[in-house]
Design a protein around this ligand. Structure first.
Ligand code: 4AZ
Length: 607
């Protein structure tokens, strides 16, 4: 309901743009109809973000979507896991190569590594188990009414037309060898007159869209009570596709009607039509990451949007969860996929276990407010000799993230990391400190421009211990995607840096700031979009300042998980609205960080 409104607003706000460029009548029409006022041309889809399209995102781009449980995210791409990296627990499945695999994850991992053999059925392979899809009554091999023979059924059956969508059609075509999936689910098929009369049953099929064979989808038998049409498909072939300027170019080479981009459904087959959206059509839900997902995925108990927004504020409402139906003819591999997902190792980061609620009071590091115990369990102080000149962020294990300009590799023995520190003069209880083992400064750090102002500090293990464990510290999560947060999101800065009037500060201070778009306008030639992030307030009253450097700018996702989005880096003065604070954009350094600290320490999904 809310979204429809947003979509409308978006359409309206872009209308002037499309009137000028795209509603221009052809020369001959101009004479008859000089004014075009009422038609909205569909050749331009205003919901699509064109700059984003140049990145060629697909279902394998883990900056935009989650990988499958049999894949892992490496450098922004989902790649096949090795079968042994799958959870062990599960039931045997049979593949079309006649081999049985101990789990569905293992079969999919093998298939991912060597496409060819596909899923056949749940359970061990039996000699006569066969699955077959064929198209009937079409004009060409690539189209027709879909007929299926299930593994455990003797007779072939047609698929019911209702609930048959491009999602299942893509899988059917892929199964038949049409690599680019389906062109359409409508076509001219020549039904025999008595087809409906002789059939008393049809199959309902439900797919997720990632399946490579229809046998992976869930089939249920339906008795035909009234007039029932059967599902048909036109598979995508180069000659079937009409290349007009009304089409959207998918990354996989397929062309789909422009109006089907950003509708929530994976028309392209590689999802490239749903990953660069500023809004979604009626049946789509817009993730904050700019991805449209089917509305039925909202509050279905599975997180689909990378920032978790499709499952936030659901009040335990699982309305859309697919219920097992009594007449199910095949195993529900979608449920199995979800179960496998739940078995994957989970990272513990960004969730406070203290009784303190999220600080919401809007107060002013310049303009900050004193922190209370446990509110910033990832905040650390970097002490050099007996001075605290910089902050840092605990990211797990023995690792601290800070700014490159805060540290020198040659000074390792002079640093100490203080955790659980609130008051740096009247030491509070619970402070734990660690010596430093290693300082890693980004190899492209530029001290003149502050580009790549990021460094890692490895703490020394306490004597006789195997882990760095600091009892009251909790790591902040490291963002793996630049799409987790966006301009205007409210985030929090904290540190022991200078106050408004350059006054020294003793108790850890924090303040709310929002992420600022287009920061080059404040710092022409000095701001580097990919590497830096600006944050502040309208009036500049809340800002980081001298001494806050290296400390965190944290943002919380829809489920209150805290990410270190920025590291305090630089800014022209402090607390001036015309000069917002500049932060190192941590998401850009995920691979650099994981290279040094080890992928498992910071990878939340699919290590
Ligand atoms: C500094 O000198 C510094 N207002 C840090 C942050 C900002 C300015 C200066 C941002 O460490």
């Amino acid at each position: 309901m809310k979204l429809a409104h947003v979509t409308l607003l978006l359409l309206c706000s872009h209308l002037s743009f499309c009137t000028i460029r795209d509603l221009k009548p052809k020369e001959e029409e101009k004479i008859k109809k000089p004014e075009v006022t009422s038609t909205l041309d569909t050749s331009q889809n205003d919901l699509v973000d064109k700059k984003c399209l140049t990145k060629n995102y697909t279902h394998l781009s883990c900056k935009k979507v989650f990988c499958q449980p049999w894949q892992k995210c490496i450098e922004g791409t989902c790649i096949c896991k090795l079968p042994y990296q799958c959870p062990r627990n599960g039931t045997t499945v049979c593949s079309t190569n006649g081999k049985s695999y101990p789990t569905y994850c293992q079969q999919k991992s093998f298939e991912c590594l060597r496409p060819g053999a596909k899923f056949l059925n749940r359970g061990a392979c039996t000699a006569n188990g066969r699955f077959n899809v064929s198209l009937k009554y079409g004009n060409r091999d690539s189209e027709g009414i879909v007929e299926v023979k299930l593994v455990n059924q003797d007779k072939k059956m047609f698929i019911c037309d209702n609930r048959w969508s491009i999602t299942q059609a893509n899988v059917a075509c892929l199964d038949l060898g049409f690599q680019q999936g389906a062109l359409d689910i409508k076509g001219r098929f020549h039904f025999p007159e008595d087809l409906h009369l002789n059939s008393t049953e049809c199959l309902h099929v439900h797919c997720r869209g990632f399946e490579s064979s229809l046998s992976e989808c869930t089939f249920t038998k339906k008795i035909i009570r009234s007039y029932q049409r059967f599902a048909g498909v036109v598979c995508y072939t180069q000659d079937a596709a009409t290349s007009t300027n009304d089409s959207f170019q998918c990354v996989n080479g397929k062309r789909i009607p422009q109006k089907r981009a950003c509708n929530g459904f994976n028309d392209c087959g590689d999802q490239s039509d749903e990953l660069c959206c500023t809004g979604c059509q009626r049946n789509g839900f817009l993730c904050r990451s700019g991805v449209c997902i089917p509305r039925e995925y909202v509050c279905n108990g599975e997180v689909d949007c990378i920032a978790g927004d499709d499952e936030a504020n659901c009040n335990g409402d699982k309305r859309h969860e697919i219920k097992e139906e009594p007449e199910t003819l095949t195993a529900n591999m979608d449920t199995e996929r979800k179960r496998i997902k739940s078995l994957l190792p989970k990272l513990s980061c960004g969730v406070k276990n203290s009784v303190h609620s999220v600080p919401v009071r809007r107060k002013r590091v310049v303009g900050g407010k004193p922190a209370e115990k446990g509110e910033f369990p990832w905040q650390v102080a970097v002490r050099e000799d007996d001075k605290i000149n910089c902050g840092g962020v605990y990211i797990g294990g023995c690792w601290i993230l800070t700014a490159a300009h805060c540290v020198r590799a040659s000074k390792v023995h002079r640093y100490q990391i203080w955790t659980s520190l609130l008051d740096r003069v009247k030491y509070n209880r619970g402070i734990v400190f660690r010596y430093v083992n290693k300082v890693i400064i980004h190899e492209n750090y530029n001290g003149a421009t502050y580009q790549n102002d990021i460094a890692l500090i490895e703490m020394k293990l306490p004597a006789g211990r195997k882990e760095c464990e600091m009892p009251n510290s909790i790591p902040a999560c490291v963002p793996w995607s630049p799409y987790l947060f966006k301009p205007n999101d409210t985030c929090i800065i904290s540190g022991w840096g200078r106050d408004k009037d350059n006054e020294k500060v003793y108790v850890l201070q924090w303040g709310q700031v929002h992420l600022i778009n287009n920061c080059s306008k404040f710092y022409p030639d000095r701001y580097f979009e990919n590497e830096m992030e600006c944050a502040g307030t309208e009036d500049g009253s809340i800002d980081a300042c001298k001494g806050d450097s290296g400390g965190p700018l944290v943002c919380q996702d829809a489920n209150n998980v805290t990410y270190v989005w920025g590291v305090v880096s630089w800014g022209e003065q402090c607390g001036k609205s015309e000069f917002p604070g500049v932060y190192t954009k941590v998401a850009n350094y995920f691979d650099w960080i994981s290279y040094h600290v080890g992928r498992p320490l910071i990878s939340q999904y699919n290590i």
